[in-house]
Design a protein around this ligand. Structure first.
Ligand SMILES: Cc1cc2nc3c(=O)[nH]c(=O)nc-3n(C[C@H](O)[C@H](O)[C@H](O)COP(=O)(O)OP(=O)(O)OC[C@H]3O[C@@H](n4cnc5c(N)ncnc54)[C@H](O)[C@@H]3O)c2cc1C
Length: 445
């Protein structure tokens, strides 16, 4: 007789493993199908402070603290490093969660997936989902997958969760994957470096985002201190610009992506200084064509979460938090639906997720739109006195920390202050006043 799981989850990344753990601990029979053998490398290494309490709730916080580097803030810098703003989460977050993490994804994702197993989920690695049949009425969802020997297996469940990341399994199968209109397609090139000379902000654990000037590239470079001897450095540029560079560099010996990556890093003084004398740990990896969403994110017996449901430009390091928080909200909804048949919790989950993505999308647009104040200049606003506007800045701190899901409406307005500094005062009443100093690195934690 065929086994019928309560839920099958496609993909064992942060969204899939969070979903599996949450459902398994609520007593559901869960099967995770993951096409890779973990540990596997993955881009996306800097966590927002709002992940902290989720990691605590999942029971992995002690291991996180033991294994990963800490992140007290964010620095936005110009090319030369002559203009920079430093955002310290400690100014607004008063409990231990202000101190976030940078992670090697191979280790982080494995920790979360093992945690799902510990909570009772069944996990099959090297098992790639190739087809899903949701249609059969009065019957469970049928999932067809191939194992590493190429053999085909069928699995059945009452409900399907698609957490296949950029693989976007269900969006592709349903032909409903669309680009975000407001965001241009981009390419990211990245790898890890050893023997880098860390600037004080990087040494203090900040992620550093360097603005590449000009509309043609409309890009940025990230530097993430993963450990004493491992710095992740990535370049994100417009797809049109990278296509031009591909054609220009077509006839040279080294692959064009590595040449483009290295030449952009070398042309950027603030990065060049850090990488003088450093060597790459591994070849350059490309991630392209990000920023899309699945038009249909749920149905009576399926739900799409994490990057499989939508992906926004990663400039604000929002992806993992959106994926994990979204996974918790949606699986609470699935739990309610499987137990009582009610769909209110699931509906509310997707309303809040839509609000969170809208806020992050708007934040991303402030970075690229030349009409907004540049983030590296944020503490040099043409207004009389920074402290006068500290309440609006405290809101922006919270948005940078990940407060996307509960207050998105008012934050949507607060982000507008980056277009018009005179509006800062309007936000004074929204939260209590706090001391903010964005001119120093957040080293004293
Ligand atoms: C350039 C770049 C930089 C980024 N930087 C950051 C950052 O600093 N901070 C941050 O928070 N986020 C960042 N992100 C985003 C972050 O990587 C993602 O949001 C996060 O990984 C989403 O988790 P997920 O579980 O939805 O997807 P994933 O982590 O991609 O997991 C999906 C899993 O599904 C599996 N899978 C796919 N198809 C199938 C199939 N058919 N069958 C079985 N398994 C399947 C995959 O093997 C994978 O393990 C970045 C992203 C990019 C592209």
């Amino acid at each position: 007789m065929k086994k019928i799981y309560d839920v099958i989850v496609i993909g064992g990344g942060p969204a899939g493993s969070t979903a599996a753990t949450n459902l398994a601990r609520k007593g559901h029979q869960v099967l995770v199908l993951e096409k890779e053998q973990f540990p596997r490398e993955h881009v996306g290494e800097s966590l927002l402070p709002f992940c902290y309490h989720i990691l605590e709730d999942l029971g992995v916080l002690p291991e996180m603290i033991a294994r990963f580097s800490r992140k007290p803030g964010v620095t936005f810098s110009n090319l030369e490093g002559t203009s920079a703003s430093h955002w310290c989460f400690r100014h607004e977050i008063k409990d231990a969660s202000f101190l976030s993490f940078h992670v090697r994804r191979a280790h982080f994702d494995q920790l979360l997936l093992e945690n799902s197993r510990k909570h009772g989920a069944e996990v099959l690695e090297q098992t790639k989902v190739v087809h899903v049949d949701l249609e059969a009425t009065m019957a469970p969802v049928k999932v067809t997958a191939e194992d590493h020997l190429g053999q085909t297996h069928e699995y059945f469940a009452r409900f399907l969760v698609d957490a296949s990341g950029q693989g976007t399994f269900m969006a592709k199968q349903m032909n409903c994957k669309l680009p975000f209109d407001s965001l241009r397609p981009r390419l990211a090139l990245s790898t890890h470096w050893k023997n880098a000379t860390l600037s004080p902000d990087l040494a203090a654990g900040h992620i550093k985002i360097v603005h590449l000037e000009g509309d043609q590239k409309a890009g940025w470079i990230w530097m993430i201190p993963l450990s004493e001897d491992r710095l992740s450095v990535g370049l994100a540029v417009n797809m049109e610009f990278s296509n031009q560079e591909r054609r220009r560099l077509a006839n040279q010996e080294e692959d064009w992506q590595t040449t483009l990556y290295e030449s952009e890093l070398l042309q950027t003084p603030v990065v060049r200084q850090v990488l003088a004398g450093a060597e790459r740990w591994a070849p350059v990896v490309a991630n392209g064509d990000f920023s899309y969403y699945a038009k249909n994110k749920k149905g009576s017996n399926f739900a799409i979460i994490g990057d499989a449901s939508a992906f926004l430009d990663p400039i604000f390091s929002s992806g993992i938090y959106l994926a994990m928080k979204g996974a918790l909200l949606v699986t609470d909804g699935i739990d309610a639906q499987l137990h009582t048949g009610t769909t209110d919790t699931l509906e509310k989950a997707y309303t809040d997720i839509a609000g969170a993505y809208k806020l992050v999308e708007k934040l991303i647009n402030t970075y690229y739109d030349p009409n907004y104040i540049r983030w590296d200049m944020a503490d040099k606003l043409p207004v009389d006195g920074y402290e006068k506007y500290e309440t609006a800045f405290s809101l922006v701190h919270l948005v940078l920390a990940g407060d996307f899901f509960t207050n998105y409406e008012r934050y949507l307005e607060a982000v507008e202050v980056f277009r018009n500094p005179e509006r800062l005062q309007q936000f004074k009443h929204l939260v209590g006043s706090s001391k903010i100093n964005t001119t120093v690195v957040c080293a004293d934690y």
